[in-house]
Structures are given as C-alpha cells and as structure tokens.
Design a protein around this ligand. Structure first.
Ligand SMILES: Cc1cc2nc3c(=O)[nH]c(=O)nc-3n(C[C@H](O)[C@H](O)[C@H](O)COP(=O)(O)O)c2cc1C
Length: 351
C-alpha cells in the first residue's frame, strides 16, 4: 500500500511533499476518532521500554532531528508510534535556511541529500508551540509519554567564537519544555559549524550548558551529536571529553559528506551538489562508530544510533553494536508510517 503512495509522492518536490504529507496527517488527526484509529493501527506493542539517561521510553524508536524542526507535528508523530521525537535543530533567531531546492532523493541508493541549513522558526515561536502541546498533553492524561528531545544549534550569522552563546540561549529557552538536549555541531550545511567538534570548542559549549543545567530545579540530559566524517582520533577526543565532563550521551551520527560507493550516477550527484547524505549508504559507518564508542568507553556513554535504519534488522544491528536507543529519518520516507511498528515487532535489547 505505502509502495504505491510513495511512488506517487516521489513524483513531486521532496520538501513540498514533506509538508503536504505532514499537514494532511495533521488535518486528519484533528478529528479525534481518526487520530485514535491511526494510533490504533500504528502503535507498536513492545516490552522493550528502555530507561536511558533517567528517562523511561515507551519504545526505543525515535525520530531524528530535522524532520519536525519546528515542533509542529508532535501529536501526529505520537499517533504513528514514535517513542521519542527530536525537534530542531532550533537556533536562537528564526532563519530561512539555504536556497531551494535543498532536499533531494536518491532512490537507487535509498538515500537523501539535504542542505537545508537550519531553517527553523527560532526559539521564541517553538517554545510557544511546545508550551501549547504540553498543556494539551496534561489534559489528555497520557500514560506513556512521548519523550521530546531538543536539538540546538547556532544561527548562520553567529561567528564560531560566539557559538556557545547561541547554544546557551536555546538551552535556557527550551529547558522547561524538552526532556533532553542534543548539541548539534555536526551538520555539514552551516559553514564552519563542524569545526566546533574540535575539543576546546566542544568543551566550552558543553560545560557552559552543564553550568546552566545545575542552576535549574530539574536537570535535563545533555547529549552531543557527531558527524560520521570525524577521524578516529577526533572520535577518541569526543569520547575522552564525554567521560571527563560526564556528558549524558552521544548521538551517532549526523549526515555524511562522503559520496563513495553510491549507485546514483556522477552527473546526478554533480547536479545535486553539496549537502549531507543520509539513508542506506550511511548505515555501516554509523554502526561502526556506535560500536567504537561502546567499546572504547566500556559502555559508559549511552548512544542514540542514527544512520540508515530502515528495518528491524538495521535497528537490531545498532542495538547490538551498543546503541541504547535508535532514530530513523530517511527510513521513514522510504518505508512509510508503519516503520516504528515494524521495527518494534522484532527488536530486542542487546544480549
Ligand atoms: C532533510 C534532513 C534534515 C535534517 N536536519 C537535521 C537537523 O536539523 N539537525 C540534526 O541534528 N540532524 C538533521 N538531520 C540528520 C538526521 O537527524 C539523521 O541524523 C541523519 O539523517 C541520519 O539518519 P538517517 O540515515 O536515518 O536519515 C537531517 C536529515 C535530513 C534527511
């Protein structure tokens, strides 16, 4: 069924289809009966309900950052069974992102390339939306809560030496309304951002947020999202720093700039040009990095595995490599709305 729908949707511009599909779902979900029916169809049944960084997840399958950048579709994503949704990347001020087109499908590789450039509504509007959503949550007396991650970044115009201030602004603004934070310094689409993965810059940003965190009544877990294109030495630095400052976890990995071993022909790739590659071709490297972190840290750093997860087998591979939770994004586009249910059906904890 979804195969047919996908072949129709794939005839149109990817970014327009994204908003058209989610707005249509939102429209349908306004009617309680339809929303409950959708939830009835897509809710996974699983006893795999991990507690990670002191948060209880109703299932280990989350939606990666960048899908619901503006926290507009939380009710609908909850109906589709996600255990957690990472909103953002949120920047202090709203920004339009890069020129369109900026999202491309690579069907022969079951992949996407994007150079969105942190298009988002900014902290102020997004906080209002989260506030609203949370107040409705309380009145609906939700038993198994959807966990919300806040993925934060810097505005394009902010120079790298001041980047920590942008992260601090986002952290303080969102603190009351998200369950955990992810510091995104690994998107390839904001010029110079990935230089912040260098140890000193990372330490400045992360320790600033930790210092803010202890001032709050309730502390929120802080994670760091890394690029799959780091060298092993750089990953060693990230692991050392994470242990040194007692970071709550890592997300491995963001999209890659590597274009090796793709089936899509070079002329198409040249036309698409720059951007982060996600989906099937990103799977193995991200699993390798998850496993490297797990082994090097003796399992001391919880990792959210992200990259090329389409099926239960892909998810199990990440869990067996040492991931505590997993996230999908490109797989959701290719596999459709039953992806969470299908993954949960046969996913089990690491043995
Ligand atoms: C269109 C698009 C936009 C994305 N935007 C963000 C973002 O804003 N912040 C972020 O941390 N990751 C972003 N990502 C990366 C995903 O969260 C995920 O880490 C990556 O795509 C690898 O997972 P996948 O192979 O399952 O897609 C984006 C990915 C895509 C495809």
């Amino acid at each position: 069924m979804y195969n047919l729908l996908r072949s129709i949707l794939f005839l149109f511009d990817p970014e327009k289809v994204h908003y058209f599909s989610m707005d249509s779902l939102k429209f349908l979900c306004r009617i309680k009966f339809i929303r409950n029916s959708i939830a009835g169809i897509f809710q996974p049944k699983t006893s795999f309900q991990p507690t990670v960084f002191n948060l209880k997840f109703k299932n280990p399958v989350g939606l990666g950052a960048g899908f619901d950048k503006n926290a507009k579709y939380l009710t609908e994503l909850e109906a589709l069974g996600f255990g957690f949704v990472e909103i953002g990347t949120v920047t202090p001020l709203p920004q339009a992102g890069n020129d369109k087109p900026r999202l491309f499908r690579l069907p022969e590789d079951k992949a996407l390339i994007n150079r969105m450039g942190f298009n988002n509504d900014g902290t102020q509007i997004i906080v209002e939306r989260l506030k609203n959503w949370r107040s409705k949550q309380q009145t609906t007396n939700n038993k198994q809560r959807l966990i919300i991650g806040g993925n934060i970044g810097k505005n394009k115009v902010t120079p790298n030496e001041d980047a920590w201030k942008d992260y601090e602004i986002c952290f303080n603004a969102l603190h009351e309304y998200v369950d955990y934070f992810v510091v995104n310094v690994s998107s390839p689409n904001t010029p110079g951002l990935r230089e912040l993965q260098e140890k000193d810059s990372l330490k400045k940003i992360l320790t600033t947020l930790q210092a803010e965190n202890v001032k709050k009544q309730i502390q929120k877990p802080i994670l760091l999202k890394i690029a799959p294109d780091l060298t092993w030495e750089q990953i060693d630095d990230v692991i050392d720093l994470s242990l040194e400052i007692k970071l709550d976890g890592l997300v491995a990995c963001n999209t890659t700039i590597d274009r090796n071993k793709l089936n899509t022909n070079n002329s198409t790739l040249n036309t698409i040009d720059a951007g982060g590659l996600s989906g099937k071709p990103a799977k193995d490297k991200s699993t390798e990095i998850v496993n490297y972190i797990y082994k090097k840290s003796n399992g001391q750093i919880p990792v959210i595995g992200s990259g090329g997860i389409f099926t239960a087998a892909d998810a199990q591979e990440k869990i067996n490599a040492g991931a505590s939770l997993i996230q999908v994004w490109t797989g959701f586009i290719y596999e459709g709305p039953a992806i969470v249910k299908n993954i949960c059906k046969s996913l089990s904890p690491k043995k």
